[in-house]
Design a protein around this ligand. Structure first.
Ligand SMILES: Cc1ncc(COP(=O)(O)O)c(C=O)c1O
Length: 505
């Protein structure tokens, strides 16, 4: 056979292998199988059968993942493709973190509403992406319809605001602050900021999420120029001290890129007084940005929306749907109060993407507003849930989980062997377990005990909670972000801590 003929033959065989990977019937059989597995996993998790966190050391997990990769389709025994697919799916489920278990009371990542994952799967299987409207016409429509509805719920004036979805709260804050920088410094997109003297600053909530300071680094402002606003005894920005700081900074000639408030701040879930901060920002003509990654969803709730009163006055704000809107990551919203700012973050010339012959359509090209060029259809999960259940579902999710913060607080306060460290405003609660014999010891020992206790608890698989530090001493932190977590689970958590703690003392 000529080398050309043998090459053609090889390509034909490759085509046949590819055809079997693309076979819709494979998706059908594997899809049914995976749904069955997911359903039984969900049932076990919801009934707390098995461990919350399937603990394996990182080395062990990496070795197993590498083993499955290396053995490829042939791991010693002859297996059909469907058996192999089943084994892989089972392994994925058996080795993960079970957020759907109501004993998962850990980071600000929710037990997402399961159906949202299926809407997302439509986007994944069809590889619906955005950047330009033509690539994701329906994804764009879903995103814009959500932006319009959520913007109105926040209280922005209809027709005046603008927004979009991006891949996560960190990127959302970065994009909004980039816009604020470009607005404040005029030509900084082209010229950079190194020549700006005196140096521009960002003023952030004293316990802002680290992504705000990281944004200052990325934007060329410099982390040293990210000034931390003092907090009051509830962990909120102290407005009097903020005013003094703004006056001091402006009197020295430093341009203020933005004041970044939090709604709420990560450590203890404290909500800043947004109206008072907005008054200051208006008075001193400073861009007001609010990181509402966690608390923005309070806009759905009649019970809790007062927490974010004043958010509608922010020049920009962000909110993660993959936190308190209970959809799978990543899906974060950025809003600008004034839609004129929507193209201010970036100035790109990309003739291979954006078509100047259809300027009306460019309004719908997400890539002009986001850091991403290709962007997954991140709206599908939320749009699907909202359209199927109505927005009342999101009010229920906020109401139930936020109310559990208060329930947990009361339980901890009533227990003499626990120390609750703040009065929660939402579903984030920080506390320590302080049994007799420990309370008298020094702060270092108390802190070290909390860390060892948590590790023992999570490795046991009984509960999942996270560590934090409060006033310089380690503590325990819970976010009730699985809406199936009940007061009884919280009693069980306290008992599990007592039990594990007894062995450690
Ligand atoms: C207040 C706040 N902002 C931003 C973030 C970062 O969001 P993401 O993890 O989506 O990047 C978090 C994460 O917990 C947060 O709590």
């Amino acid at each position: 056979m000529s080398s050309y003929a043998s090459q053609a033959d090889e390509i034909e065989q490759a085509r046949q292998r590819i055809a079997s990977a693309y076979d819709p019937r494979l998706l059908e059989s594997a899809g049914h199988e995976m749904i069955d597995l997911l359903v039984s996993q969900l049932e076990s998790c919801q009934q707390s059968v098995g461990n919350v966190l399937n603990w394996n050391s990182p080395g062990e997990n990496v070795a197993e993942a590498a083993r499955l990769l290396a053995t490829g389709k042939n791991d010693g025994e002859e297996k059909s493709l469907s058996d192999r697919v089943r084994l892989l799916a089972e392994t994925m489920l058996a080795r993960g973190q079970n957020l759907q278990d109501p004993r998962y009371i850990g980071h600000q990542v929710p037990a997402s509403v399961p159906l949202a994952g299926l809407f997302d799967a439509i986007g994944a299987v069809t590889n619906s992406v955005m950047a330009v409207y033509e690539m994701g016409p329906w994804a764009t429509a879903c995103e814009i319809s959500l932006v319009e509805e959520i913007g109105k719920l926040i209280g922005y004036e209809e027709g005046a605001f603008s927004g979009f979805i991006t891949h996560g709260g960190s990127l959302a804050n970065l994009t909004a602050l980039l816009t604020a920088r470009n607005v404040a410094l005029g030509e900084s997109w082209k010229e950079g900021v190194s020549g700006t003297d005196p140096r521009p600053v960002i003023i952030a909530h004293g316990a802002a999420h680290y992504c705000i300071e990281r944004s200052a680094g990325i934007l060329g402002i410099g982390t040293d120029q990210c000034l931390k606003a003092s907090l009051d005894d509830r962990g909120r920005i102290d407005v009097e001290k903020l005013e003094a700081l703004i006056i001091e900074v402006q009197s020295k000639g430093h341009p203020i890129i933005a004041v970044c408030a939090s709604a709420c701040a990560t450590p203890i879930g404290a909500f800043d007084p947004l109206h008072e901060i907005a008054d200051l920002c208006e008075k001193y003509e400073v861009w007001m940005h609010v990181d509402a990654a966690h608390g923005g969803a309070a806009c759905f709730s009649d019970r809790y929306r007062d927490l974010i009163s004043g958010l509608e006055r922010a020049d920009s704000m962000i909110c993660d749907a993959h936190k308190m809107m209970f959809v799978p990551a990543l899906c974060a919203f950025v809003f600008y109060k004034n839609r004129e700012h929507r193209f201010e973050a970036f100035q790109q010339n990309a003739p291979y993407l954006f078509d100047p012959s259809a300027p009306d359509i460019m309004e719908y090209d997400s890539g002009l507003k986001t850091i991403e060029c290709t962007k997954r259809a991140a709206a599908f999960g939320l749009w699907g849930l909202w359209s199927a259940f109505g927005k009342e579902l999101f009010a229920d999710l906020v109401d139930v989980t936020f109310s559990m913060g208060q329930v947990f607080y009361e339980k901890l306060r009533a227990a003499s062997d626990f120390q609750v460290l703040h009065k929660p405003e939402c579903n984030i609660v920080v506390f320590r377990y302080l049994p007799e014999g420990l309370a008298e010891r020094g702060a270092d020992q108390i802190g070290e005990f909390q860390l060892r206790l948590r590790r023992k608890l999570i490795e046991s698989g009984e509960f999942y909670i996270v560590p934090t530090s409060f006033e310089g001493v380690a503590a325990l932190r819970c976010t009730v972000i699985n809406p199936l977590t009940t007061p009884e689970h919280l009693d069980e958590l306290m008992n599990a801590l007592r039990e594990q703690g007894r062995d450690l003392l």
